[in-house]
Design a protein around this ligand. Structure first.
Ligand code: ADP
Ligand code: MG
Length: 334
């Protein structure tokens, strides 16, 4: 047949569908934006596992009115100005793609207020473009992003994501992990119409408070703090792990690298192996680790759906981390 170039809107929609594969992907990007904006309270409201409604309200810096017309275009970001920034960037996320992608596969509304403005502004977007005028409205400082009818224009996606319950569990998982990692920020996760929140942590709580709030008292009572610094490899590690005598029902392995929730199969394996040596009965540990590496050494170009992360001197850093876990486990076992 005749070869034709695809319509730009269709091309963008396909690209967006690859970035945003399910509600939890969208939520993770929105959470990271709220954290980048220095929010201290983040409120997530869901309907049908985020498929019908995914709303996030923060009390961060807000978006300037003059930025609203372009904020949902691809590759627009306030977090990167020069090419060199690519190697030193320490904020989250995929550069300037999250809001654009979401606006191509859902109805997106932003209500935002900066400290410089008397009132808030409301803007709606379709396919990356502003739809209608920007309207003044009343709201507190911060940003509210409302994502409605996710994948309404991607029938294949909606068919695959049949279970709102499954999507809800994935979202709760992401929110819970960010809550543990950010004890200075208060998180609330609520389903529309429900009076009781599914997750609630307070601003300025402790790590252990949040582990208790998310994973329960029995784990919170058993965790040990682990701290490790390697001057030669120039990295730091901080976290909470259960000791060798305590076993959780299901394995929990939470890893943040430079404040981003990621997977590292190699690091997970190394830690698991330590537990299998020192916990021969074969229980499941709870492990939350946060690594801070030189941003120059982390591959920031990871695609948002590929959570597996790689970094320079990976083998040496993992070995150093493993030894620190081993020392902690041996110490805790005495
Ligand atoms: P990126 O985070 O990579 O810059 P996004 O598409 O996620 O790209 O966001 C685009 C821009 O919108 C951000 O750079 C930021 O300026 C602004 N923004 C998005 N969400 C928020 C928020 N919750 N608070 C303040 N600014 C935001
Ligand atoms: Mg972002």
């Amino acid at each position: 047949g005749e070869i034709r170039k695809l319509d730009e809107v269709v091309v963008n929609r396909i690209a967006a569908g690859e970035v945003i594969q399910r509600p939890a992907n969208a939520l993770k990007e929105l959470l990271e934006n709220s954290l980048d904006a220095k929010s201290t309270n983040i409120f997530v409201n869901l309907k049908n596992g985020g498929l019908k409604l995914l709303q996030i309200q923060d009390n961060g810096t807000g978006i300037r009115k003059e930025d609203l017309p372009i904020v949902c275009e691809r590759f627009t970001t306030s977090k990167l100005s020069k090419f060199e920034d690519l190697t030193t960037i320490s904020t989250f996320g995929f550069r300037g793609e999250a809001l654009a992608s979401i606006s191509h596969v859902a109805h997106l509304t932003i209500v935002t207020k900066t400290s410089n403005n008397q009132c808030a502004f409301k803007a709606q977007y379709v396919d990356g473009q502003l739809k209608g005028p920007i309207k003044p409205c009343a709201s507190n400082q911060g940003t509210q992003i409302t994502v409605e009818d996710l994948f309404y224009n991607v029938p294949m996606r909606s068919k695959v994501l049949k279970s709102p319950t499954e999507e809800f569990v994935k979202i709760a998982n992401v929110v819970g992990k960010y809550a543990i990692h950010n004890p200075s920020v208060g998180f609330v996760l609520k389903r529309q119409g429900e009076t009781v929140s599914d997750i609630k942590t307070n601003a300025n709580s402790s790590y252990v408070d949040n582990i208790r709030a998310i994973y329960g008292d029995s784990i919170a009572k058993e965790v040990f703090e682990i701290e490790h610094e390697d001057d030669i490899l120039k990295f730091k590690m901080h976290g909470f792990i259960t000791n060798v005598n305590y076993s959780t029902k299901k394995q929990v392995f939470i890893l943040f690298i430079n404040n981003r929730l990621v997977d590292s199969t190699a690091l997970k394996k190394a830690v698991e192996q330590e537990y299998s040596i020192h916990l021969p009965s074969g229980g499941h540990p709870f492990v939350y680790l946060s690594l801070t590496l030189d941003p120059k050494n982390v591959d920031v170009n990871v695609h948002p759906t590929k959570h597996e992360v790689h970094f320079l001197h990976e083998d040496e850093i993992i070995e150093s981390a493993r030894k620190a876990v081993e020392a902690k486990l041996l110490g805790a076992n005495r």
